[in-house]
Design a protein around this ligand. Structure first.
Ligand code: BDP
Length: 642
């Protein structure tokens, strides 16, 4: 075994071994199901069987339903993908799959597009390494400046993704450097090889492209989106891609953002830019994912009128209705940047005439970098279920008609994700993009059962460590939604003022009297006004802003009393002491897993938990000390602050 099997160990199909299966129909994905069945040591049958799989188009795409009749479990699927997903449901259900209480409801994904984005570079980038914000070793796609000769691990990855319903993958970084730009042209034959690994699993490949590709690769003098030659260049390049990869998914673009080229250089806007690519893709059924992560990253910290949180909304809402049908505007879940706690981006509720995708970060850039055990199912579920225009309005999931996309967290590490428990995040993203209404803690339990098998005590231990681990992380890092306070550049560990005088637009404005960013309409940056009612009014006033976000929206005195009854500064002290105690309990409880999981996995998690405790302690002491020194207000409970 060259890598860990994540949630599909051999034992996950024990209940199917020796049973008979009949698959009716022909096709690449049905062949995959047949191979999976053989791998599970099921026996092929032509007539009577314990399990049958057949297609019934009336169910619709990607859909399946389990029907139990006369001792036979029948998977009825709307198409081949549905059959594949139905197969993995049989795996997930364990013994229940062959019992009379199989769940019989129709299973249909809530989102047609369920995508993972890889921020992988072919070359090792001098600052970012090979995988930008990757914490799991090198890329599974690339090595030594080339696409890997042996891509079998990509195939293993595709299988894991298909088992949780992922159907699209972008295979290179949104920051497209010169080497990676060539995947679109000179190295297309290599992308063909990657697509071959994904195809049997129903997953379409996408590429990140540089908006300057016509200059970089085509030798044109411009990449102006309204230039006819530029449009022709894209049309030709895309046509070549589809000739080589008929099921190619489309292009992903980061433009005019953090130094990437874009339409602004030509006085054009993002609708002009996105539509240029959309028109090249349309004849082939392709899609352009155009990211809304556009802001000024060279801000002067002295300038209090610019608010990065406003940027995506300000840039994109005027363009609503102008994007072609095959454009998906991809919006980060928060208005800033994947912080552990942010309000939901108001842009998601402000583009009724545009297809939007929600972008999440599975890789734990700002949530402990896979050194800390942080399970993200809970915050994602909160975001997906949030209703920006109040209880009668749509959820974020419903507003994201263009589906879900997330930055992947895997690499060539034996455990795929560095921290073995971070596998749970990949799993949860897939399951929640299939059904955003699944209870995150039930999804966590599914993952635990598949990964660790039937050991109730171990399951309790792992559940106990992960279930509220996001709240734990939040409690010892930046308080009350204010965000950042991380070391600049690599973003790991505390540095309270690390970004305070930087050009990146991420400030907390702590002074001797208080902390937080005034984003109200009345006295601040006006960001709160980007929300529809009732949230616009709720966020406008500290009295109606939820505690956990209050410093995102308001600059408050240290003595301000929260809904919890605590003052801001006492909350900071209490949550930081509490957070470290929670990590101490995590460390202690992992001891229960000794001897119940493979030694290498036990050791890896132990090492990471030790680092988490060290780091959490550092966070606690730096943050508490900083605020004690700024405010001069002692801890009510007299605990040690430095
Ligand atoms: C930030 C990351 C940076 C990414 C950027 C993005 O720090 O590496 O390039 O997001 O999403 O969070 O484009």
């Amino acid at each position: 075994m060259t890598h860990h099997e994540m949630w599909l160990p051999e034992s996950s199909t024990d209940h199917l071994r020796g049973r008979t299966l009949r698959v009716d129909g022909e096709g690449v994905l049905l062949d995959t199901v047949r191979r999976e069945a053989a791998r599970a040591a099921m026996l092929p049958a032509t007539t009577d069987a314990d399990v049958t799989i057949d297609l019934d188009e009336s169910l619709g795409p990607e859909t399946f339903r389990l029907v139990r009749r006369d001792g036979v479990t029948n998977v009825v699927a709307g198409d081949e993908r549905g059959a594949l997903y139905g197969w993995f449901e049989l795996v997930r259900l364990g013994a229940r799959a062959l019992g009379d209480d199989v769940p019989g409801q129709v299973n249909r994904p809530a989102h047609a597009m369920r995508m993972l984005d890889h921020w992988d570079n072919i070359d090792v980038h001098p600052v970012m390494g090979q995988v930008e914000r990757g914490y799991s070793g090198g890329s599974i796609f690339y090595d030594a400046g080339e696409v890997r000769a042996d891509l079998s691990r990509v195939g293993a990855y595709a299988r894991l993704l298909a088992s949780v319903g992922i159907n699209r993958v972008a295979v290179n970084n949104v920051n497209v450097h010169a080497r990676e730009a060539r995947l679109l042209t000179d190295d297309l034959h290599e992308v063909v090889r990657i697509a071959e690994q994904f195809r049997p699993w129903g997953i379409r490949v996408h590429l990140s492209v540089s908006f300057a590709a016509p200059i970089l690769l085509g030798g044109l003098p411009t990449s102006d989106p309204l230039d006819a030659e530029v449009a022709q260049w894209w049309a030709d390049a895309v046509a070549r891609v589809y000739e080589a990869i008929p099921d190619f998914g489309g292009l992903l673009v980061k433009a005019d953002s953090e130094g990437q080229p874009g339409p602004f250089s030509y006085g054009r806007d993002h609708a002009d830019g996105a539509n240029l690519l959309a028109r090249a893709l349309a004849p082939h059924g392709g899609i352009v994912h155009w990211r809304a992560f556009v802001y000024n990253h060279t801000q002067d910290w002295r300038d209090r009128s610019t608010d990065r949180a406003r940027a995506a909304f300000d840039h994109f809402t005027p363009l609503d209705g102008r994007f072609d049908e095959n454009v998906v505007v991809q919006v980060k879940h928060g208005p800033m940047d994947f912080q552990v706690r942010e309000p939901v981006s108001p842009l998601l509720a402000a583009m009724p005439g545009t297809r939007l995708a929600l972008e999440l970060q599975v890789t734990q850039e700002y949530s402990g970098q896979q050194q800390h055990a942080v399970h993200l199912g809970r915050p994602w579920s909160e975001v997906l279920g949030f209703r920006p225009s109040g209880d009668d309005g749509p959820t974020v999931s419903e507003l994201a008609g263009g589906g879900l996309a997330a930055v992947s967290n895997v690499g060539d590490d034996f455990f795929w994700t560095g921290h073995p428990l971070a596998q749970s995040n990949l799993y949860a993203f897939g399951r929640l993009s299939w059904d955003p209404q699944l209870a995150p803690s039930a999804v966590l339990d599914e993952w635990i059962a598949l990964t660790f098998g039937d050991d109730p005590e171990l399951a309790r231990t792992v559940h106990g460590i992960l279930d509220d681990s996001w709240e734990t992380y939040e409690s010892y890092t930046a308080p009350l939604g204010v965000g950042f306070m991380v070391n600049p550049g690599q973003h790991y560990g505390p540095s309270v003022d690390g970004y305070e005088y930087s050009p990146w637009g991420t400030y907390h404005f702590a002074d001797r009297d208080g902390v937080g960013v005034d984003r109200s309409v009345a006295t601040g940056t006006g960001f709160a006004g980007q929300y529809p009612e009732p949230w616009r009014s709720r966020y406008e006033d500290p009295a109606t802003t939820p505690d956990e976000l209050v410093l995102f929206f308001h600059h408050l005195p240290y003595g301000h009393r929260l809904h919890s009854g605590k003052t801001v500064v006492q909350h900071i002290y209490d949550s930081h002491f509490d957070g470290v105690e929670r990590v101490e309990r995590m460390v202690a409880s992992w001891e229960q897993a000794r001897g119940r999981v493979p030694d290498d996995l036990f050791e890896r998690v132990s090492e990471r938990l030790a680092e988490q405790l060290r780091s959490a302690t550092e966070w606690r002491d730096q943050v508490n000390t900083y605020f004690l020194r700024k405010s001069g207000i002692p801890d009510e409970r007299g605990r040690r602050i430095f």
